[in-house]
Design a protein around this ligand. Structure first.
Ligand code: PGA
Length: 249
């Protein structure tokens, strides 16, 4: 189902103590006001259980990454099954920071997507080009490769639970947001790719934009036909600001 999604990626901010305070503030804010169809926050793994407890039912919980195995001798990793046990219902996969700093590839993203689905959770596959790739006019090629690689082997039934996040790397944490038209163009392209792979199901899948989304640019981004929500990093760490972004939907 195509839904309006507001996703907050806390990255490596907020340990359990600070996470609890932020989750409580968010639950209070979003509990009282109107909100997008679905609001999800992605705290660091160590804070998942605490945030789950503090959030109540208004806001859903997500993990920032998971390993593809259910369990095993993989020191330092977390599985999708364990994320589910901690209360998560969403998982980010293939975020550009994972790709840049931790060697994530399309192939490992694909294994993670499958593990997330197998655990009954919703994967949010992140795709997006670097500035050099945009300048070289290869945005569509890059996004296509990341989509085909990340989603390889998924049938339409599995794909029905997907969320795609388009996050141009040059817009993440830089304050340099894609224009609504730039973002819409890539979202349209992503939906075309989804249509080629899964037919009309593509019209029901949510494609969210990420990269320097703030309260003052959210409304113009959300006004675009193929932008179904936002994946917010820095601006999701303050309850008032994150709530204001939701109101701008
Ligand atoms: P940003 O991060 O909103 O701070 O640019 C977005 C993201 O990395 O998901």
């Amino acid at each position: 189902m195509r839904r309006r999604l507001l996703l907050g990626n806390w990255k490596m901010f907020k340990g359990p103590t600070d996470s609890r305070a932020l989750a409580k503030a968010l639950a209070e804010k979003f509990g009282a006001g109107s909100k997008p169809d679905t609001v999800v926050v992605f705290p660091p793994a160590l804070s998942l259980s605490t945030v789950h407890e503090a959030l109540g039912s208004t806001i859903a919980l997500g993990a920032q990454n998971v390993h593809w195995e259910k369990e095993g001798a993989f020191t330092g990793e977390n599985s999708a099954v364990h994320a589910a046990d901690a209360g998560a219902t969403y998982v980010l996969v293939g975020h550009s920071e994972r790709r840049t700093y931790f060697g994530e590839t399309d192939e490992t993203a694909n294994r993670r997507v499958k593990a997330v689905l197998a655990a009954g959770l919703t994967p949010v596959l992140c795709v997006g080009e670097t500035l050099a790739e945009r300048d070289a006019n290869t945005t569509e090629d890059v996004v296509k490769r990341q989509m085909l690689g990340g989603l390889g082997g998924l049938d339409a039934q599995a794909a029905a639970r997907l969320v795609i996040a388009y996050e141009p790397v040059w817009a993440i944490g830089t304050g340099r947001v894609a224009t609504p038209e730039q973002a819409q163009a890539v979202h349209t392209y992503i939906r075309q790719q989804l249509r080629l792979a899964y037919g009309t199901l593509a019209d029901n899948l949510s494609i969210v934009y990420g990269g320097s989304v703030k309260a003052d640019n959210a409304a113009s981004l959300m006004s675009q036909n193929d932008i179904d929500g936002a994946l917010v990093g820095g601006a999701s760490l303050d309850a008032n600001v994150f709530f204001a972004i939701g109101q701008a939907f």
